[in-house]
Design a protein. Structure first.
Length: 177
């Protein structure tokens, strides 16, 4: 069991790392957004069967900031492409850093210090997911529900995304944007 001093030290380190990272990003990054003009339009009249068309992103929840940045940036050669602080229930203040290597994007998400207690131990599968890009989320989401899968976002057609747990405990996201 961890002592109170150890827990406070971990929380203070997390706060310092989080703030340092926010300052680093603000100083070193020019934010840009790009859209892929080749993405198919959902519900196109050509009646193309709904299917997966690519890998949307890989998300890794950061537990050790310095080691994570060293691995992805210095060793693997990813470059910081974009970053944003999320708002909303359960993700308030989460920092998402998008790193790119060629056409692959990995999102490193850093939980806000006040929610660090919600993060489980390393290896806990609820801290990572992958997201598949689909050409029409409606039929796929409907089929998943028919097969008994519980979708995290019941408004998946309107919002163009949802998550569900696969048969092995893996968290799978679907995105039509």
């Amino acid at each position: 069991m961890k002592s109170n001093n150890e827990m406070k030290r971990k929380e203070n380190t997390c706060k310092f790392n989080f703030l340092s990272l926010v300052v680093f990003i603000a100083v070193s990054t020019a934010f840009s957004s790009a859209q892929n003009s080749e993405q198919p339009v959902a519900n196109d009249t050509s009646k193309v069967q709904a299917r997966v068309i690519g890998l949307k992103n890989i998300c890794v929840h950061v537990l050790e900031l310095e080691k994570t940045l060293k691995l992805y940036r210095e060793i693997l050669g990813f470059k910081l492409d974009d970053a944003e602080v999320y708002q909303g229930k359960g993700i308030e203040g989460m920092l998402a850093m998008k790193l790119k290597a060629n056409d692959l994007t990995i999102t490193l998400s850093l939980t806000a210090p006040e929610y660090i207690h919600t993060i489980g131990p390393v290896g806990n599968t609820n801290h990572n997911h992958f997201m598949l890009q689909v050409n029409d989320i409606g039929p796929i989401g409907d089929k998943l529900k028919e097969e008994g899968y519980k979708l995290e976002n019941e408004n998946y057609v309107r919002d163009k995304y949802t998550f569900f747990v696969g048969p092995n405990g893996e968290i799978i996201g679907l995105s039509a944007w």
